[in-house]
Design a protein around this ligand. Structure first.
Ligand code: FAD
Length: 269
């Protein structure tokens, strides 16, 4: 185990507070539980018409920022049975870039212990010699986290992409059964115990599959987003820069500055 001193930034009191506060910004109207199923470019009005997956008209928009790496990919059809929202025949120059962005899968294991792990002297660490585990972090060490029951401690462990690929190849693309996830939880927990850090039985254990956790390539280049000025479209996300929240934020800010530039607003970047 190697202790580092790098500063880490987290949302307080939870990771979702970052998005919650963005939703409260002036002029932001957030709609949840709606999947955009179709994006039509209206040449006459020079705007976009968006339609939901269940066929509802979502309105017309001057600019669109798309954040799904499958916005123009056959993978969208695999998940929904529908063509992808963005028709690549309208964007021939983007077609090879968008068709298949490779991803690295991951399993996350959530654990809670009735007491803090006495033998683990750090708040997070990486595994360098494990086939199945890559990273562990003590969630309770983040500021503002509620410990329930009192004195309990929560940890999140991340699998290696190689372990996740092997398991997902065996279980197939369908939603994993509770038994399959319980087996993953058991495998990963055994590996955690194999550190010899005297890890007790947890009071809560649950594995979660992230089939498309981390993009394996970056398509944004120097622009850090994909921008088509004539079609007033920005495609932004971690797959344009680097597979992290920072990568996603930088890409989104660059996309926003492109749009502000067209509106003759200062970009602030
Ligand atoms: C287990 C795990 C742990 C991680 N830990 C860290 C960490 O500690 N630090 C870190 O920096 N990063 C971490 N990451 C990576 C980080 O979460 C991502 O890099 C980041 O969330 C990417 O942001 P994004 O906006 O590009 O994409 P997303 O977060 O995927 O956001 C895209 C959004 O678009 C929505 N969307 C997609 N398609 C449509 C559609 N058709 N219609 C409407 N909405 C749509 C989705 O619902 C989603 O809300 C972790 C990732 C995983 C899986």
């Amino acid at each position: 185990m190697e202790e580092g001193t790098t500063k880490k930034y987290v949302g307080v009191p939870g990771m979702n507070s970052i998005c919650k506060s963005l939703c409260l910004e002036d002029g932001v109207v957030a709609r949840f539980g709606v999947t955009v199923g179709k994006m039509d470019w209206l040449q006459n009005g020079s705007s976009w018409s968006l339609t939901s997956l269940d066929g509802k008209d979502l309105g017309n928009f001057d600019y669109v920022v798309a954040t799904d790496k499958n916005v123009a990919s056959h993978k969208f059809s695999g998940l929904t049975g529908r063509p992808p929202p963005l028709d690549l025949s309208v964007f021939p120059n983007l077609s090879t870039m968008f068709q298949d962005i490779p991803v690295r899968p991951c399993f996350a294991l959530m654990l809670a212990f009735s007491e803090p792990l006495a033998m683990v002297p750090v708040q997070g660490f990486s595994f360098y010699n494990s086939d199945s585990l890559s990273w562990a972090f003590c969630d309770s060490s983040k500021p503002g986290r509620v410990c329930l029951p009192p004195n309990s401690q929560s940890w999140v462990l991340r699998s290696t992409a190689e372990y996740a690929s092997k398991v997902i190849n065996n279980m197939g693309p369908r939603k994993p059964s509770a038994d399959a996830l319980a087996k993953v939880a058991e495998d990963l927990f055994k590996e955690f115990q194999a550190t010899g850090l005297n890890i007790p039985q947890p009071i809560f254990i649950k594995a979660h599959r992230w089939g498309s956790a981390f993009p394996a390539i970056s398509i944004g280049g120097d622009d850090k987003c994909v921008w088509d000025k004539s079609m007033k479209l920005a495609v932004c996300g971690d797959f344009c820069t680097s597979p992290s929240v920072e990568g996603a934020v930088v890409s989104g800010m660059t996309g926003a500055s492109k749009i502000l530039g067209c509106l003759n607003f200062p970009s602030g970047l």
